[in-house]
Design a protein around this ligand. Structure first.
Ligand code: SPD
Length: 458
């Protein structure tokens, strides 16, 4: 694109009159149109004019959508303004036409802030074209105009943020504005941002899954606690974990015979291979069988007593991760574990999703028995609330740290340069604050659907 922004001036005619006087409906429609176009909604404000008419604006990270309606004429005037190339304003145009039930629409598109018209940008474009052509070994005139403009670095970068939000809380990450990866897979929106504080960051359906700078905490803790509390693990199943961090840690254990990983979304694997090479570094390990498929179906079809450790490295329980938080799935996990086998799962945040957290532990306790389920914690700064939990559950009698061979653990940690996990952490992670212990032990009076809604990204 040769410009900073795209501005579409829209007229919708023959809209359903009463819709145009309904403030909540207009606001919801404008927000829905923004989301449909993959814009990040920051805020919206709408106002009713007496007796007829609504005005409002939706501020999006990529600029704004604005509307004024004349219900008495069935007419609405709309501005769709987007910056950058991640949002297609024409998707918002079509969605809004549908939602307002417009008989017809007309529009004109203007490019705003055309590069080359802004004083100084023409010379910069030329200089940039020459520099870039030299770097790539291409002649300066071997460039298409589109290539010149999209790769031009602005003199001052805009303050752009990725925000993970739930209904009442949000956590934001400032990033460079250049999105490294964005694919809508059949399961979820897979994105990689280049954030200033945490490095490259993988998000799924706009929830942070892993970042270059703190991924070691989650992956060391999901892998080594279970492996070191099992006397002789040989076969490990990982469900989820498409970024590869969990299997990277698991495969440090040389005594293992086989690791099977079942990830439903090949786009997650692709994004990680392309942009998170340190996390996805073990995908070619000879002991790893990587299956792109449904982990729930895999567990259902798997023979009894097949694994010593089953590790569920799921997303949050919205979208494709939802089925990984059901009792029927965990009954299969229990069945496919050998006697003395261990199940490890990421079990969300007791602060951020308390009802869900209770539900999860009530479910595990039903499947494995009260005495065989424990919770352990890690501090993960890029996850909501920072306080993150994992579950440890054993098929049969056993304990997560009585009998831990501390010297062996610490030697392993030194050998592999681990940065979070060690023998003290292994034991200390099971010390729970009172409120968390009560939530684990008292289980749920809450229904699963209410719990899942705690996490719905907006
Ligand atoms: N809210 C974050 C939950 C993330 C769980 N899975 C992370 C995948 C990292 N391998």
């Amino acid at each position: 694109m040769h410009a900073l922004g795209r501005h579409i001036l829209v007229e919708y005619f023959d809209c359903r009159n009463e819709l145009l006087n309904d403030v909540p409906y207009i606001e919801q429609s404008m927000v829905a149109a923004a989301r449909k176009a993959d814009a990040t909604v920051i805020n919206s404000t709408f106002h009713h004019f007496s007796p007829f008419g609504v005005s409002g604006v939706v501020v999006i990270q990529e600029s704004h959508l604005a509307i004024h309606t004349w219900p008495e004429y069935g007419y609405a005037a709309v501005d769709l303004f987007t910056c950058g190339d991640t949002v297609d304003p024409w998707i918002a145009y079509n969605e809004l036409k549908r939602l307002l039930e417009a008989g017809s629409g007309s529009s004109i598109e203007m490019l705003r802030g055309q590069l080359g018209l802004i004083p100084g940008t023409r010379q910069e474009l030329e200089a940039h074209r020459e520099d870039h052509a030299v770097q790539l070994g291409k002649p300066a005139n071997g460039y298409s105009p589109g290539e010149q403009a999209t790769s031009l670095a602005p003199k001052y970068s805009r303050n752009v943020w990725f925000t993970e939000r739930s209904e009442n809380t949000a956590h934001s990450f400032r990033h460079t504005g250049k999105q490294l990866y964005r694919e809508q897979s059949p399961f979820q929106l897979v994105e990689v941002y280049d954030t200033y504080a945490w490095g490259k960051t993988l998000t799924l359906d706009r929830m942070v899954m892993t970042t270059e700078k703190d991924e070691f905490i989650y992956h060391e803790m999901i892998a080594h606690v279970g492996l070191f509390s099992h006397p002789n693990p040989k076969r490990v199943l990982v469900i989820g974990g498409g970024d590869g961090g969990a299997v990277r840690e698991i495969l440090r254990h040389e005594g293992l015979e086989k690791v099977v990983m079942v990830e439903i979304d090949e786009k997650v694997i692709e994004a990680s291979k392309l942009h998170l090479p340190d996390i996805s570094s073990a995908f070619n390990h000879p002991k790893l069988e990587l299956i792109v498929g449904d982990g729930i179906a895999y567990a259902e079809e798997c023979t009894d007593d097949a694994f010593d450790l089953v590790l569920v490295d799921s997303t949050d329980p919205v979208g494709p991760g939802e089925g990984l938080f059901t009792e029927s799935f965990y009954r299969h996990v229990h069945r496919i574990l050998r006697p003395g086998g261990i199940q490890i799962t990421q079990s969300e945040s007791p602060h951020y999703a308390p009802a869900l957290f209770r539900d999860i532990y009530a479910c595990y306790r039903q499947v494995f028995g009260n005495e065989h389920v424990h919770c352990y914690l890690a501090h993960i700064p890029t996850y909501p609330s920072g306080m993150w939990s994992f579950s440890w559950a054993m098929k049969g009698e056993g304990h997560p740290f009585n009998g831990l061979d501390r010297d062996r653990v610490d030697a392993f940690c030194r050998q592999h340069g681990l940065k979070y996990y060690n023998a003290d952490i292994h034991q200390g992670a099971f010390c729970l604050p009172t409120f968390t212990r009560e939530m684990v032990e008292n289980g749920a009076e809450v229904v699963a659907t209410a719990a899942a809604s705690e996490l719905t990204a907006s």
